[in-house]
Ligand binder design. Structure first.
Ligand code: DQA
Length: 143
């Protein structure tokens, strides 16, 4: 099983960025966590991070035929991007949405997710652990 993990804008700033919300661990630590979680279920994974909407759309389109599932934290694009939601719907790979923070418990503008209707499941408010739950969910769905 091969999973594509996509992280959207500003997630590369983890550790520096609002640590009271996103934690003190940096993006490298998140990548190490994700790789370990994939290994636990015997999945291969590629991790992609971009601050650019079009680059994320391109990556989703290119995933077709190369991956069995997508874990995506679209970050701020969660709340704005019809293009990312459309790309996920187009490739129709099993997709799980992850947010480090609980977007329902923050500002009102974060409560709407364009990706949620396309995702098989959303994990939020569990920090890094949300990625592990997402990877496990996809691994179980495949077996
Ligand atoms: C986020 C939540 C989004 O609202 C925010 O814009 C992010 C990160 C999260 O992981 O909690 O950049 O997706």
């Amino acid at each position: 099983m091969k999973l594509l993990i996509i992280n959207g804008p500003n997630l590369n700033m983890l550790g520096i960025r609002e640590p009271q919300i996103y934690g003190k661990e940096d993006y490298r630590a998140l990548c190490a966590f994700i790789n370990a979680a994939a290994e636990e279920v015997g999945a291969a994974c590629e991790i992609f991070q971009s601050n650019h909407e079009g680059a994320i759309v391109d990556k989703i389109q290119e995933s077709l035929g190369h991956f069995d599932g997508i874990v995506i934290n679209p970050a701020a694009y969660t709340h704005t991007s019809v293009a990312i939601a459309d790309a996920l719907a187009a490739v129709a790979l099993p997709t799980v949405e992850v947010h480090l923070s609980d977007i329902n418990e923050r500002e009102a503008f974060r409560r709407h997710s364009f990706v949620a209707p396309i995702a098989k499941k959303t994990f939020m408010g569990k920090g890094f652990e949300g990625y592990r739950l997402a990877i496990r969910f996809l691994a179980q769905a495949q077996s």
